[in-house]
Design a protein. Sequence first.
Length: 313
Amino acid sequence: MTPDISIIARSEAILKNWQTLDWASVFSAIVYPALGVLALLAAILTGLVFEGVTLHWWYAPLAIATIALAVFVCNMGIGPLHRVMQHRAGQLAVPAQIMVVINCVIAMQGRFKDWVNYHTQHHHWSDQAGDPHNPHEGKLWAWVGWLLWRDEADLERPMARWLERYKVVVFHDKHFLWLYFVAHLLVPLAIYATVFFLGGPLVLVAILHACLVIGRGIQFHATTLGVNVFGHLQTPKWFDYVLAFLTGGEALHAHHHDFPRSALHLPKRGLWNRIVDYNGTALLIMNKLNLAKDLKIAPQFLPAPVPATNGDR
């Protein structure tokens, strides 16, 4: 596609100052992950300083597993949102839709309406001036700048018509701030209160809570970096696979603009492919469980046809 020189680069057209910051995005992308790190350090320091608080060795592997779980859960929201709800690579049953919405609430992805509208623009103007997060306008811009400074016209765009058929998505977008409030504040407070009244180790709860927040932050930034920045640049293969592990395969971006409606980002066969592209593997499993159907897969990712023998001719 020939660049349209009449379109002003998004990074230049959008006014950027303290007054125009999108503070919800500032909190989601920067403040909340930082609070997770500070909470983890505070919990560890509490255990080291106060004699009445004990830190057990098995807290460490449990904390690492919690971070990994948070990354996985967030990807189980963003993967189906991107591949099915955005690119219509299939259909999801209502229970699967609810799972996607819950996981995207945990991942703090904002309104699905805005998510889909931004990504639609990205595919239409990929690596050109109209691309909301064009890495050639600056890697920092493509990473978080486009989130921190928004164009009001983008946020005023209506929900894509095909997205309206997901009633659970419509409900989410209408009440997403309350859903975030419940998921990220009320539920943790209820867990803290329950453990406190049962006499359980609050320091462990604090460590695991902090690790959930950190894991969500890792996945968040791995996605914006892996897809928006490095997915459009030449990078070493090992680096692509590191980002793929952190994004469920979303960062495997080389083929995506050629066949965006594929439910898989790596070939269907091969254990390694299914481990790395675990967002796609989850869709295949959901298809087996009748939670997804009509999955579309890029031809190059399907098993090679078996050559005909003389007896078959």
